[in-house]
Write a protein that binds this ligand. Structure first.
Ligand code: NAD
Length: 467
């Protein structure tokens, strides 16, 4: 069994218990990680608190050098870490390398620079405004982009001068172990970064309630995020939440329909649909609806599903049996509520592994369960609209507001519609994901922003000195 990383040393958990890590493609147990206990959280928070005074006082350039060394080592070890991610969460190997590993390495390198360059002081009339690290950060992360979600928190927190206790997802925890190893190898001072694996209700809740934690940054489901925020309120912690989504892809009548549908299907299915910002609702004008459904089915047929280590496959399994069952439940629900299944369905594509066919529903109307709730699997709903106003209304008609897309004949028109949406990120005519742009949600998709300079601001407190 692996060990926790606390105060710069690998340590056994006080619980003595473990959690099995399962390969979702083979259903075999591939590793065991400690099921951390509240005592482990106590030790980790103490270590982080003890390390805070000197780490926060370290020159930004020095912190940046250590983070840059970690980014270099992460890049060097990318092949092996990508294999780990392909094995414990099931992402196809090429995607695991490029998006799940090298992208976070780039984000870490970016924060290494910002550790030195991000402005910390400002004069306003007779005041000097200084920005200081917030303190001890508790980071709680999900399994779908296991390394990326960790880096989005840990990199800016360390760059800001905070110390960190990380609880990765118990479902895909192995990338976190590789990261702890890397921080250890580059000589990050003891206690600056601590890793306590375990279950949310035990380790996560102990972190959210601990009085010596100054900020809890959570990425995961809206249900667990709400729980974390309410627990953190007891000690008036700062809370950052990156939660679920049900994002809309609005295709306006003058858009390039073929491109919009093809990219829209790809965005919905990538990572087997286990992407919080996925465009899971495709909104198409009634006059183009039948053609869009035909194009979507044609595009979906290219998505081979299978072994993540076979490069001909574009989709791997879902992460767990529970996730597979949840997705199958929603596919059944869609049919019960009268949506028309035009591709895929509940039949498992392979006898072993948590696989689901990429699935498309047509004739989906606003208010149906599959139109409102986050499914977190490769399931696309195609929804007709009659006017631009109606498209905006449908796009904004869920409790979420994380991402989305608008396609139109001109950038200006697409931008005008995007400005009307209550959502945190909008791709204009297929504009690509930018890891330096702030990412986060409106409404119940969350509070706060990650990535870029705004992502670093989350980890700073503000002090005004009147001169
Ligand atoms: P989850 O909420 O089940 O778990 C996320 C993390 O929270 C895990 O580490 C888990 O152990 C922990 N946790 C669970 N219950 C907890 C509790 N009571 N107290 C403290 N911690 C607790 O989510 P998941 O299934 O791992 O991930 C999928 C969800 O994450 C989806 O809803 C997805 O939309 C969301 N997500 C959001 C973003 C974003 O940036 N907005 C990114 C990725 C995933």
């Amino acid at each position: 069994m692996r060990q926790l990383y606390i105060g710069g040393a690998w340590t056994a958990s006080a619980s003595g218990e473990s959690i099995d890590v399962v390969n979702p493609a083979t259903e075999e147990i591939i590793d065991r990680v400690p099921a951390g206990a509240p005592d482990d959280v106590e030790a980790a928070v103490r270590a982080a608190r003890a390390a805070f005074p000197s780490w926060s006082a370290t020159d930004g350039g020095e912190r940046g050098k250590l983070l840059a060394a970690a980014a270099d080592l992460l890049t060097e070890r990318a092949g092996e870490i990508a294999q780990t991610i392909a094995t414990d969460m099931g992402a196809p190997l090429g995607f695991a390398l490029k998006v799940q590993t090298l992208m976070p390495a780039g984000v870490l390198a970016g924060y290494a620079e910002l550790a030195e360059t991000h402005p910390r002081e400002q004069r306003v009339a007779n005041s000097l405004i200084v920005r200081e690290p917030v303190g001890v950060v508790a980071a709680i992360t999900p399994w779908n982009y296991p390394l990326h979600q960790i880096i989005c928190k840990v990199a800016p927190a360390l760059a800001a001068g905070c110390t960190v206790v990380l609880k990765p997802s118990e479902v895909a925890p192995l990338a976190a172990y590789a990261l702890a190893d890397i921080f250890h190898a580059v000589g990050l001072p003891p206690g600056v970064f601590n890793l306590v694996s375990g279950r949310g209700p035990v380790v996560g809740e102990a972190m959210a309630t601990h009085p010596e934690v100054d900020l809890v940054s959570f990425t995961g489901s809206t249900t667990a995020g709400r729980r974390v925020a309410s627990l953190a309120a007891e000690t008036v912690k700062r809370v950052a939440l990156e939660l679920g989504g049900k994002s809309a892809n609005i295709i306006l009548p003058d858009a390039d329909l073929r491109a919009a549908v093809k990219v829209g299907v790809a965005n919905c299915f990538v990572n087997s649909g286990q992407t919080c910002s996925a465009w899971t609702r495709m909104l198409v004008h009634r006059d183009q609806y039948d053609e869009a459904v035909r194009l979507a089915v044609e595009a979906a047929a290219k998505y081979t599903v299978g072994d993540p280590f076979d490069e001909t496959n574009r989709l791997g399994p879902l992460v767990s049996a529970a996730q597979r069952d949840r997705v199958v439940h929603y596919i059944n629900r869609g049919q019960e509520e009268g949506a028309r299944l035009v591709y895929g369905g509940t039949e498992p594509p392979h006898p072993r592994g948590f696989y689901v066919e990429p699935t498309i529903f047509a004739a989906v109307s606003p208010g149906m369960t599959i139109e409102q709730e986050e499914i977190f699997g490769p399931v696309l709903s195609i929804i007709p609209y009659l006017s631009e106003d109606e498209a905006v209304q449908i796009a904004d008609g869920t409790k979420y507001g994380l991402a989305g897309a608008v396609w139109a004949g001109s950038e200006d028109r697409a931008v005008a519609v995007a400005r009307r949406l209550r959502t945190g990120q909008v791709a204009i005519n297929g504009g690509s994901f930018n890891p330096q742009a702030p990412f986060g949600g409106y409404k119940q998709s969350g509070i706060g922003r990650e990535m870029g300079e705004l992502g670093l601001d989350e980890y700073l407190e503000t002090k005004s000195l009147q001169l």
